[in-house]
Write a protein that binds this ligand. Structure first.
Ligand code: HSE
Length: 437
């Protein structure tokens, strides 16, 4: 059978890895796909870099449109990133009858609904395994391996940079700012690390997983997102004392009122396997009603791990492209005309447990005042610790863990606690997830 022709847009870290792995494992990949998969065209602004990577037979250009419109290209691999040029190129490729493989989570989380609809109308496949958790085949697992299940929740460490920062803060007792600088020097964090540390990158990924898990449209605008910039070593240590680790989690859950979709620092029990995922590694737990909890672990970024996911998509598209669209695996696992309009519930309505820490003046009645307020909002305390005052201070830390509580009640209680004259500064609030039911 004639080879399938790939046009590669972008030879950065992932593009370079894709070229290298495809070349190195080309024979085994062809035995799996049933035909050769060959990169025949590459586009990159840096022509020299592209030429250095590619064999002489590959056409190298700095004009990506030459690839998206070229009659001989079967699949376009978009590894440029961003949401403007990448979107135009993907739509152009689809308009010219090509299938698309992309790692662009920001683009799909924001514009997936439009792109998938255009692709569907043209009979094109858009595959994006590399967009979520790098080399971990989590899209495949959710879309196919777990298809028998009613999925109840997903919780994932899906940003390696943030996880590296939290691991280093805990293990070495360093501050957020110190570790961020180190991560940037090591090349983990982007020069502008906002997407990593503010939880935006994780929010893109959990948006995509939520859509596939629950058969809802991709809705990035509905994700509640809170990053790790405000976390202190103190809270990481207190969490440890209480048997918890703090992780930046992407969480999506099916609850009675709708779908929860959120990213925030989270206390999780230290004994859970996912609590022990350290450094830049990623892990995702998926709970299905039939299978129970399943855990997927691996490299969430990097050249060859992400290339592994890109090439898996290339093999899938190669196998599926001759099937009529009704017999292909649907993009979001559910048939596109059967997506549900189950609402994403506002964060104020989410029910979870909480860790709170407050600094108070050490005098009679303080604990009573605080617990009174908490009781007024129907919040049940599950643990309460008061730390001894240091010699040079007349304030003490109170750490309180709660049972399940509606977020708006915690928020209202915090506002009132902060008005007490005996409470100094802000109340720290971090959500807790037990990750068991
Ligand atoms: N910046 C991401 C991370 C990798 O740190 O995990 C690509 O999604």
């Amino acid at each position: 059978m004639k080879p399938i022709h790939i046009g590669l847009l972008g030879v950065g870290t992932v593009g370079g890895g894709t070229y290298t792995v495809l070349k190195r494992n080309h024979e085994e990949i062809a035995r799996r796909a049933g035909r050769d998969i060959v990169i025949t065209m590459i586009a990159d602004k840096d022509l020299e870099k592209a030429r250095k990577l590619a064999d002489p037979s590959v056409i190298v250009t700095d004009n990506a449109h030459e690839i998206t419109t070229h009659p001989d290209i079967d699949i376009v691999v978009e590894l440029i990133g961003g949401q403007t040029i990448a979107k135009d190129l993907i739509l152009e490729a689809i308009a010219h009858g090509k299938h698309v493989v992309t790692a662009n989570k920001a683009l799909l989380a924001n514009h997936g609904t439009e792109i998938f609809a255009v692709a569907r109308a043209k009979g094109a496949i858009v595959a994006f395994e590399a967009a979520v958790a790098g080399g971990i085949p989590i899209i495949k697992a959710l879309r196919e391996g777990l298809t028998a299940n009613r999925i109840t929740w997903i919780a994932g460490i899906i940003n390696g940079t943030a996880n590296f920062i939290l691991s280093e803060m805990r293990e070495k007792g360093l501050s957020f700012a110190q570790v961020l600088e180190q991560a940037q020097k090591l090349g983990y964090a982007e020069a502008d690390p906002t997407y990593d540390i503010e939880g935006i990158d994780a929010a893109h990924k959990i948006t995509l997983m939520s859509a596939i898990a629950f058969g809802i449209p991709v809705q990035f605008s509905k994700v509640y997102t809170e990053g790790i910039t405000q976390l202190t070593g103190e809270d990481i240590r207190y969490a440890e004392e209480l048997g918890y680790r703090i992780k930046l989690l992407g969480i999506t859950k099916r609850v009675e009122k709708g779908i929860e979709l959120r990213v925030h620092p989270t206390l999780i029990p230290m004994r859970r396997l996912i609590a022990n995922v350290e450094g830049v590694m990623n892990a995702v737990v998926v709970k299905g009603d039939a299978v129970g909890a399943t855990l997927y672990y691996g490299a969430g970024a990097g050249s060859e791990p992400t290339a592994s996911a890109v090439i898996a998509d290339l093999v899938d598209v190669t196998r599926m492209q001759t099937a009529d669209p009704m017999h292909r695996v649907p993009t979001l696992s559910f048939q596109p005309d059967l997506l549900s309009d189950t609402p994403v519930i506002p964060m104020e309505e989410v029910e979870t447990a909480y860790y709170m820490r407050m600094q108070v003046i050490d005098k009679p009645g303080v604990m009573a005042d605080i617990t009174r307020i908490v009781a007024d909002y129907n919040i049940s305390i599950s643990a309460l610790i008061q730390k001894e005052a240091s010699a040079d201070s007349n304030t003490v830390s109170i750490i309180m863990l709660t049972h399940l509580t509606v977020e708006k009640n915690i928020n209202a209680a915090i506002v009132r606690i902060e008005t007490l004259s005996v409470v100094t500064g802000k109340v720290i609030r971090i959500r807790i997830e037990e990750l068991k039911d």
